[in-house]
Design a protein around this ligand. Sequence first.
Ligand SMILES: [Fe+2]
Ligand SMILES: [Fe+2]
Length: 131
Amino acid sequence: MSFINWESEKYSVSNDVMDKQHMQLVDMINQFHDFLNQGESKDALKIILGKLRTYADTHFKAEEGLLGKYEYPEAESHKKLHEYYITRLGEFEKAMEKAPCTSDVMFFMKDWLLEHIEKEDKKYSEFLKTK
Ligand SMILES: [Fe+2]
Ligand SMILES: [Fe+2]
C-alpha cells in the first residue's frame, strides 16, 4: 500500500494532462515516503525533494497557462497558492542542509497537494467544463 493512493473520482480534474502531472507528483511524494522509511541518506532525500519542487513548478506553469488561456477569473490567486508551495519546498530543502529530515516535510507535501487538488484545482475544473 502506498502512502498516497490515487483515486480518480476524488482527484481527477477532467483534464488528462493535468491528471497525469498530478499523478506524477503523487508518485514522487510516495517515493520520498519510501526513502524516508527505508532510512535513505539525507542527500538522497534532498535530491527527491529538489526533483519534486522542479516538477511541481513545471506542472504549476502548465496549469497556469491553461487557466490564462481560458481566462479563469481566479487565475491570479491560484498562482499565489502555487508560489507558496514552491517557496515552502525550497525552505525545507534549505533546512535539510542543517538538520535531519523529519516526516513534517512529507506530510506537508501530501496534505497541501491533495487539499489543493480537491479544493482549488477542482474549482477550475468545473469552470473549464463550461468552456
Ligand atoms: Fe493548482
Ligand atoms: Fe494542479
